[in-house]
Ligand binder design. Structure first.
Ligand code: HEM
Length: 528
């Protein structure tokens, strides 16, 4: 005690003689040092054997946020190699338990409604963007009904009407775009695919009237809505920051545009009777409790649908174009496939034609295997969840993270997993996947929005699984396959330097996509 006083006494006197700035600086450094030391001691000495191992980190709260955020798949794979399929890391102060592999996919994505919750995680981000009373701003049972209404509208008959609309939008785009003037050139392909995606999705799903507004006001408004999805908004969604103010203004304005459209379509009555778009279908849908879907909910679902599809489909189409530029030989194969199976005159594309183009289908499938836009899926834990076959119990203070992309690139299921090889999906191919069941052979279940495969244990789940599974899968396939087929008819692509390298991934927003500028060299086939 005496020695301590002898040392501490002069130290505290010298400290009080310092200026206020130095005193604050020293206090902060001392506080940080103590927290780092306590954090390290806690990790080394007080490991809870009933919880998954924790990824070592120096700083509390920050934890592994930076290493995870820079390259989530790499972070997950490196730690899987150290700890196995189930481990915990600190993400923005939250204990986040990862469970990868096929059993992990099943555990999280097929978790019972009493155990896991999606809306609790995402509502802060989605409700200001979509609006009230839809998706994650309502009980799960209501979302299931909303998904059913939207899914029912996505029929084969509707898709048949969509293919000519999409083909036409793509051709018109390339005719009008100044970036594709002349015989050849170089272009950053990502913004182009984002535009093509929004034009084709809005025209097919929301009708011509809304599509036309994307040439004017709607494009900018949707851009402002988009800014609400920045990951920083998990924490700052409430803050009166410029981008949040623009988000709120855009939400009100876009919702009003949809509500005015709904009103005028109702007034037109019989003229609309054969419409195939989702808005029309929702205008005629009724919840189980007998209440017709209110106009503001239709408007908010319209925003949700377009946003859900926009990011994932435009990222995927950009990746496809980037991949084709790296493999011009495969682009040529795609062209020859159309000539062989549809005829040398390449007639206008019809829905039925898509099934005659297996390589065109495989391009989408293989790109989603390597570049799925949703790399991490989060769930809140509602009651302690024992992990089968281990002594771990995941407490309610943790968040669960599923990453189906990890099993989709696991050599156990996919030989040469990092190779983009669309031919692997052909029967008896060299790199053919193992244990990927045909969806049609799997047991089915209805969570309230139609039959879906019961098991989430497949290694290939780019559209998720369970009650939150994607309802846009078939639409996305029709949209993407049509876009690819039309691009292949018109262009030859290659990398600007002629190499076969593929650009890296941008993980800065919630949906991953190619880093920009993703420049590719294009050349018109007809030389026009
Ligand atoms: C859900 C992927 C396109 C609408 C999901 C989920 C994934 C996914 C992984 C599950 C999310 C979770 O479990 O939390 C994709 C991919 C797409 C795509 C890779 C394109 C390549 C679309 C399109 C639409 C759409 C075009 C709309 C037409 C939805 C909806 C949900 C969903 C409504 C349900 C969300 C929920 O139940 O919580 N999607 N999607 N998606 N997707 Fe998609």
């Amino acid at each position: 005690m005496g020695i301590l006083q002898e040392v501490a006494g002069p130290l505290s006197q010298r400290f009080s003689e310092l200026g206020i700035g130095s005193q604050i600086g020293i206090s902060i450094v001392a506080f940080l040092t103590v927290s780092v030391i306590l954090n390290v001691i806690q990790q080394l000495l007080f490991r809870n054997p009933n919880e998954p191992p924790v990824v070592f980190h120096l700083f509390p709260i920050i934890g592994s946020t930076i290493t995870y955020g820079m390259d989530p798949p790499r972070f997950l794979k490196e730690n899987r190699a150290k700890f196995g399929d189930c481990f915990t890391f600190i993400l923005l102060g939250k204990k986040t338990t990862v469970y990868v592999g096929t059993q992990g996919n099943e555990f999280i994505l097929n978790g019972k409604i009493r155990d896991v919750c999606t809306e609790e995680i995402y509502t802060v981000l989605t409700t200001p963007v979509f609006g009230k009373d839809v998706v994650y701003d309502c009980p799960n049972s209501k979302l299931m009904e909303q998904k059913k209404f939207m899914k029912i509208a996505l029929t084969t008959e509707a898709f048949r009407s969509y293919v000519p609309i999409i083909s036409d939008e793509v051709s018109t785009y390339f005719k009008k775009s100044t970036d594709f003037k002349g015989k050849s050139g170089t272009v950053n392909i990502c913004p182009k695919m984002a535009q093509i995606t929004i034009f084709t999705a809005s025209h097919t799903l929301q009708g011509k009237e809304i599509r036309d507004k994307f040439d004017e006001s709607l494009a900018d408004l949707y851009h402002d809505l988009d800014m609400g999805f920045s990951p920083i908004n998990f924490m700052l969604h409430w803050a009166p920051l410029p981008w949040n103010n623009r988000r709120d203004h855009a939400q009100r304005t876009v919702a009003k545009i949809y509500m005015d459209t709904i009103k005028s379509r109702r007034e037109r009555g019989a003229v609309e009777a054969n419409s195939q778009d989702i808005m029309y279908h929702l205008m005629n849908s009724t919840y189980k409790n007998g209440i017709k879907v209110p106009d503001h909910e239709i408007a908010h679902m319209m925003i949700a649908l377009l946003m859900a599809g926009q990011h994932s489909s435009s990222s995927t189409s950009s990746w496809i174009m980037v991949r084709l530029a790296a493999r011009p030989d495969i682009m040529e194969e795609l062209y020859q496939e159309q000539i062989k199976n549809l005829g040398a005159d390449l007639p206008p594309l019809a829905y039925e034609d898509l099934a005659k183009l297996p390589l065109n289908q495989a391009i989408v499938k293989e790109t989603l295997r390597l570049n799925a836009p949703i790399h991490s899926i989060l769930r809140a834990v509602k009651q302690p969840m024992p992990v089968p076959g281990t002594k771990f119990v995941i407490p309610t203070s943790h968040v669960l993270l599923s990453a189906p992309g990890i099993s989709a690139t696991d050599p156990q299921y996919f030989p040469n997993p990092d190779l983009w090889d669309p031919h692997r999906w052909e029967k008896d191919a060299v790199n053919a996947p193992s244990l990927v069941k045909d969806e049609n052979e799997e047991e089915k279940i209805d969570y309230g929005y139609g039959m879906v495969s019961k098991g989430a244990a497949s290694p290939y789940l780019p559209f998720g699984a369970g009650r939150h599974r994607c309802i846009g899968e078939q639409f996305a396939n029709v949209q993407l396959q049509t876009i690819v087929a039309m691009v292949v008819r018109e262009f030859k692509f290659r990398n600007v330097d002629g190499s076969d390298t593929v650009i890296g991934t941008d993980y800065a927003s919630l949906f991953s996509r190619p880093l920009e500028p993703a420049n590719i060299y294009w050349e018109r086939r007809d030389g026009a």
